[in-house]
Design a protein around this ligand. Structure first.
Ligand SMILES: [Zn+2]
Length: 201
């Protein structure tokens, strides 16, 4: 059984790893990995959105009631991001409601964007206020907006296993990646095919 500590981070984009923090079937969550606001903080540190100090700080300022509310909004937005990208994989445009929800969060996230000097030229930095429980969300929303509007969108795929909803960017050389993880879903599919063949024989 996977937990927020062992969850696979194979999305190739922050927003897709976020979408992969639950299992979905027909757009509904069948398995949740972010049970508490603290789980979201642990996840955020694992993916590098928050430093250990930032996590510690948010832990101390998170009032239980507010944290529960933020978690609920966070998961709602995650479902939106999942639906938008899985629709894109299926060649469909997202629903108006989902796009509106993402846009509302996107507008909020832009407040925290800064242009900073980088090694070569400049870069966007998604900052945030130290006490803002939504802080990790702004970077996630930024990457969702960037990927949705990038030429890489057609490279977003969903794992080919019937019982796996993982989304990922296919960066394989011949664009032929079918599984979230060859060692897991890929092998299971191979075993299934083998079983069917031997049964027929
Ligand atoms: Zn899979």
């Amino acid at each position: 059984m996977m937990t927020v500590e062992t969850l696979k981070l194979i999305g190739g984009a922050l927003c897709l790893d976020f979408a992969n923090s639950a299992d979905y079937e027909n757009g509904r969550v069948t398995q949740e990995y972010l049970h508490t606001y603290d789980d979201f903080l642990v996840w955020s540190q694992r993916v590098g959105v928050l430093s250990e100090e930032q996590v510690q700080h948010l832990r101390t300022v998170a009032q239980p009631e507010r944290a529960a509310q933020v978690l609920e909004e966070t998961l709602g937005l995650r479902d939106v991001i999942y639906r938008i990208f899985s629709a894109a994989v299926a060649g469909r445009t997202a629903s108006r409601n989902d796009l509106e929800a993402l846009n509302a969060a996107f507008t909020e996230s832009v407040r925290w964007l800064r242009i900073v000097a980088a090694d070569e030229g400049y870069a966007y930095l998604c900052g945030g206020s130290d006490d803002d429980l939504n802080r990790p969300l702004w970077s996630i929303v930024q990457t969702a907006a960037a990927l949705l509007t990038s030429p890489e969108l057609p490279l977003v795929r969903q794992c080919a296993a019937d019982d796996c909803s993982y989304l990922f960017v296919d960066t394989s050389r011949n664009r032929s990646r079918r599984w979230c993880d060859m060692d897991d879903c890929g092998n299971r599919a191979k075993a299934k095919r083998h079983y069917r063949r031997t049964k027929q024989a």
